[in-house]
Design a protein around this ligand. Structure first.
Ligand SMILES: [Mg+2]
Length: 353
């Protein structure tokens, strides 16, 4: 019998003639890659030969085992499409083989056809329960054998195609998920950047307005106050002139850190202008707003920065409150805080008004 794969019969175009040995090797390689492998497990050589005779063509490859142990060893090192299994064998019989075979997840998709002379229903049932898929009676009827094997191999092929498709789908889903996650991270970062001041990392004005409007609505509906602190570093221009902008930037960073450290988690810090910061404190009345402002003012006087070479640093703070009994706009709240800040500056700086 010629080992010519179907693909070769349809004629593959070649650019150069090749020697017959190469062609033969290629033919075998193609056959091995696509030809289903049937594992024949039977202690009687005569039966194995009979089966091989019936199925002998170039569409199957055979592995032979005379016992369950031999079969398991062959399964370890070969890809098998179908197992034809005798039940009565010395040492490890068909039942014992099935128990081990079906407990191995890698082998679960491989169909098993039991060959038995038994017509005993209980034994057949037991084999099915242990994971056999079909039966062929002994002695083997050629046509029955051929048709059963064809149908089981088709089932095996469909299953493996399904597994491949599943694996491809899973890979695609994984890939898409990774892309989505990357896009999401980028979006998050872009959003973070668009809401933050680049130098100090506190929020910017744009974020402040987005945040403030719903907060004021909430304050009005739930009748709770909201405090606004307008904080300005005293004589910041002099510091910049004396030590340069890089020291000015350093002061701004430390300054915003100190403000943040003296607030609650629900409060926000905003860089409002050059050296001007706004903090908004939800559910905080004027009295507590002033206490928070005083805490910040004192902490700033204790700020140590070697590049300032002992020059004292102070700030002035204006405090305003949103009173739900007399609701006002966000702009008005900021204006009132700014007025208070102006008063603090005029009264000699380093104070809270
Ligand atoms: Mg036997």
């Amino acid at each position: 019998m010629e080992h010519q794969p179907h693909a070769r019969a349809s004629g593959t175009k070649r650019s150069a003639p090749r020697d017959s040995e190469t062609e033969h090797r290629d033919a075998i390689d193609t056959r091995n890659a696509t030809t289903p492998t049937i594992l024949l497990v039977d202690d009687e050589q005569a039966y194995r030969n009979a089966v091989k005779r019936v199925l002998a063509d170039d569409q199957h490859r055979f592995l032979e085992a005379a016992s369950g142990e031999e079969a398991l060893a062959l399964l370890e090192s070969n890809t098998v499409s179908l197992v034809l299994l005798d039940l009565v064998m010395p040492c490890m019989d068909g039942f014992a083989f099935l128990e081990i075979f079906r407990n191995n997840g890698n082998w679960r998709p491989i169909p098993v056809c039991v060959m038995t002379a038994w017509s005993d229903g209980a034994k057949r049932r037991r084999a099915i329960e242990l994971g056999a898929d079909d039966f062929i009676g002994k002695p083997v009827d050629n046509i029955e054998l051929e048709t059963r094997i064809k149908s089981l191999l088709r089932m095996s092929r469909y299953q493996s195609e399904l597994r491949d498709m599943n694996a491809q789908l899973e890979a695609k889903v994984r890939e898409r998920t990774q892309h989505l996650q990357a896009s999401l991270d980028e979006l998050k970062q872009a959003w973070e950047e668009s809401t933050r001041d680049a130098l100090t990392g506190v929020f910017n004005r744009r974020f402040m307005w987005e945040w403030l409007l719903p907060q004021l609505k909430h304050a009005k509906r739930h009748k709770v106050p909201l405090s606004c602190l307008m904080i300005d570093i005293d004589r910041f221009k002099d510091l910049n002139d004396a030590y340069g902008h890089h020291v000015g930037d350093e002061v701004l960073k430390h300054f915003s850190d100190i403000i943040a450290k003296n607030l609650r988690e629900s409060d926000i810090v905003v860089r409002y202008g050059g050296e001007e910061f706004v903090t908004l404190l939800p559910n905080c009345n004027l009295e507590n707003g002033r206490l928070a402002a005083e805490r910040i003012r004192q902490a700033v006087t204790k700020m140590q920065l070697s590049s300032l070479k002992g020059t004292p640093l102070t700030c002035s703070i204006g405090v305003a409150v949103y009173d739900p009994a007399e609701p006002t706009t966000g702009e008005e709240l900021l204006k009132q805080a700014d007025k208070a800040l102006y008063k603090a500056k005029n009264a000699g700086r380093n104070r809270v008004v």
